[in-house]
Design a protein around this ligand. Structure first.
Ligand code: GLC
Length: 493
C-alpha cells in the first residue's frame, strides 16, 4: 500500500509545533517498517535543504506553475517532496509575519498547496491513501473526492485552528461555488478548510483517544462537535496516540546533555540536574524541587496558572522554576518579571532552544503541563523518557499518557483549571520527592514506558486499510457526497 502524507510543516525543515514532529516521525516509522510512503510539504525555505529538483514544468489544474524538489528526512531516509512557489512560500513566517498575525493570503496559499500536492501525487505515480494533517491540508480530501482520486485519512492535531475564512475568499480555493454551501465548506457564514477535511475524508483521526471524545463536546469541539459526533456515530472517527522518536530523544546518547544516563544508571542524572541549575543560575538547595517547562506560551497550555499557583513555594525557597518558550506577551511578561523578582529561583528564556530544552528534560525533577486542552502533547512523553515526573492536567493526550501515582503510575494528574489545583498537584509531587527511593523507582518506570512510534504503526495501518477498502459514497449516510454536477463544475473553472 502506498501512503502519501500532506502537511504544512515537517521537522527539521519547518516547525512551529508538534504537527511538524508527527509529520516527520510517523512517515519515518512507516518507511522504516518497509511501507511505501512519502511526505509532501511546502518549501518554506531552501536553506540547508539538500534538494534534487524534479523535471517539470508542474502546473495546478488552474494553471499555476510550481516546482517540485525531493529530499529525505534526516535519519530515516523517508522521502519528502517539496512544493516550491516564490509567490506563496519562501516567506519568513510559515503562517504569518509573527506568531499571532496571519498572512492575508493564507486561503490562497494553502488552497494552492492542496492543488499542487494532488497534482504532485498523480505525477509521482498516485497512491492508495492520502493522509492529510490539520486544516492546511484540509482541501486535499475535498479535491481528491471531486476528481475521483485516492481516499483520504484526515488527522486533527488541534481543532482550535480551523482555517476559517470569509466567503468572499472562497474563489481562491478553485472549488466549484456549490461547495461553499452548507453541505460543503460553509461554516458560520464563512468557510473552513478543517470542515472540508473532516467531511470529505473516509476516516478522521485525532492524536489521542481522549481527544477523540472531547472534540464531540461543546467545550472541545470549537463548533465542529456536531459534525464530529456524526462521524463518530458512523464509526469514522477515532483517536490514535502520538508517539515520540526514540532516535531523536533519549538520555542514553543525547549530545546536548552530560553525562548520559539510562534507567540503570539513574544516579548519573543528578549531574545533569546540577548542570541545569548552574546554567540557569538557580541557587536553591538540593531539597528544593526543580520544575521545568518547555512550551509554546499560549492560552491552551495554561502556563499563566504557574506563577499564581507556585509563587508561594518559590518565595518560601521550596521550588525552582526553569521555563523555556515563546508565545503571547500576556504570559511571557509576568514570567520575565518573576525571573527579575526571584533571582536564583525563577529562570525564563524567551525563545525555542532545542539543546536547552533537552537539558531541562534531563535535569528537572518535575515537568509541568497544566494545559487547558491538549490534543496529545509530546513533551510529557519526552520528559518521562528523560526521567522527569510529569505534572499534568487530566485532558486529551495528557490523560492518556500519564497515570497518577495514586493509581500506581509515575506522574501527577490533576483536575480543575484554577491555580489552586496546580498548587496542590505540585504539593503532592514535592511530598513524593521527599522519599528518595520510591521517587527513583518512579523515574525508572517513567523512563521505561514505550511511547515509540513503532508501537503506533499498526493502528495507522489498520486505518489506511479501512480507508482504502472503498465504498465511501455508499457508506456515507450523514453527509451528502458531491454529485457529478459538482465534479463538472470543478473542471469547468
Ligand atoms: C498540536 C497539539 C498537540 C499535539 C501536536 C501533534 O500541536 O496541540 O497536543 O501533540 O499537535 O499532534
Amino acid at each position: 500500500m502506498r501512503i502519501v502524507h500532506v502537511s504544512a510543516e515537517v521537522h527539521p525543515f519547518a516547525m512551529t509545533g508538534g504537527l511538524a514532529s508527527v509529520a516527520s516521525s510517523l512517515p519515518s516509522a512507516l518507511h522504516g517498517a518497509g511501507h511505501d510512503t512519502f511526505v509532501i510539504t511546502p518549501l518554506h525555505s531552501q536553506e540547508g535543504v539538500d534538494l534534487e529538483w524534479l523535471d517539470g514544468p508542474f502546473r495546478t489544474p488552474d494553471g499555476m506553475e510550481f516546482g517540485l524538489g525531493k529530499s529525505v528526512i534526516p535519519g530515516s531516509d523517508c522521502p519528502v517532496v517539496f512544493v516550491a512557489s516564490n509567490e506563496y512560500f519562501n516567506r519568513r513566517g510559515l503562517y504569518g509575519p509573527t506568531g499571532s498575525e496571519a498572512w492575508p493570503d493564507n486561503a490562497a496559499r494553502f488552497s494552492f498547496f492542496c492543488r499542487a500536492a494532488l497534482e504532485a501525487v498523480s505525477r509521482l505515480g498516485g497512491c492508495d491513501v492520502l493522509h492529510c494533517h490539520d486544516w492546511h491540508a484540509g482541501l486535499v480530501p475535498v479535491m481528491s473526492r471531486l476528481q475521483g482520486g485516492p481516499p483520504a485519512v484526515f488527522t486533527i492535531h488541534n481543532l482550535a485552528f480551523q482555517g476559517t475564512f470569509p466567503l468572499d475568499q472562497f474563489a481562491a480555493t478553485g472549488l466549484p461555488t456549490a461547495m461553499a454551501g452548507l453541505d460543503g465548506l460553509e461554516y458560520h457564514g464563512g468557510f473552513s478548510f478543517m470542515k472540508g477535511g473532516i467531511l470529505f475524508s473516509e476516516r478522521v483521526t485525532t492524536v489521542s483517544p481522549t481527544y477523540a471524545s472531547e472534540v464531540t463536546t461543546p467545550e472541545g469541539g470549537f463548533g465542529m462537535e456536531g459534525l464530529l459526533l456524526q462521524k463518530r456515530g458512523e464509526g469514522r472517527l477515532e483517536g490514535i496516540l502520538n508517539g515520540i522518536d526514540n532516535e531523536l530523544w533519549g538520555p542514553e546518547d543525547d549530545p546536548s546533555i552530560s553525562p548520559w544516563f539510562t534507567p540503570d544508571s539513574l544516579r548519573r542524572r543528578s549531574a545533569c540536574r546540577s548542570a541545569l541549575l548552574e546554567e540557569c543560575g538557580l541557587t536553591l538547595p538540593d531539597s528544593a524541587i526543580v520544575a521545568g517547562v518547555v512550551s509554546r506560551l499560549t492560552w491552551q497550555k495554561g502556563l499563566d496558572l504557574v506563577l499564581p499557583a507556585l509563587e508561594g513555594l518559590i518565595a518560601e525557597g521550596r521550588l525552582s522554576l526553569a521555563v523555556l518558550g515563546t508565545g503571547e506577551s500576556w504570559i511571557e511578561d509576568p514570567l520575565s518579571a518573576a525571573s527579575r523578582r526571584f533571582p536564583g529561583r525563577v529562570f525564563f528564556r524567551r525563545e525555542y532552544d532545542d539543546p536547552l530544552s533537552r537539558r531541562i528534560y534531563a535535569g528537572c525533577d518535575i515537568f509541568l503541563m497544566p494545559s487547558r486542552f491538549e490534543p496529545c502533547g509530546l513533551s510529557q512523553m519526552i520528559a518521562m523518557r528523560y526521567g522527569a515526573i510529569p505534572v499534568v492536567r487530566r485532558t486529551g493526550g495528557l490523560a492518556d499518557t500519564v497515570t497518577d501515582i495514586r493509581e500506581g503510575g509515575c506522574g501527577i494528574v490533576f483536575d480543575g483549571s484554577e491555580p489552586e489545583a496546580l498548587r496542590q498537584a505540585v504539593g503532592r509531587a514535592a511530598e513524593a520527592y521527599g522519599d528518595v527511593r520510591s521517587w527513583r523507582a518512579m523515574q525508572r518506570s517513567a523512563m521505561r514506558i514505550d511511547n515509540s512510534w513503532t508501537a503506533r504503526v499498526p493502528a495507522y495501518l489498520e486505518i489506511y486499510r479501512k480507508a482504502s477498502s472503498g465504498g465511501w459514497i455508499e457508506k456515507n449516510h450523514g453527509c451528502r457526497a458531491p454529485g457529478r454536477d459538482l465534479h463538472r463544475g470543478n473542471t469547468d473553472r
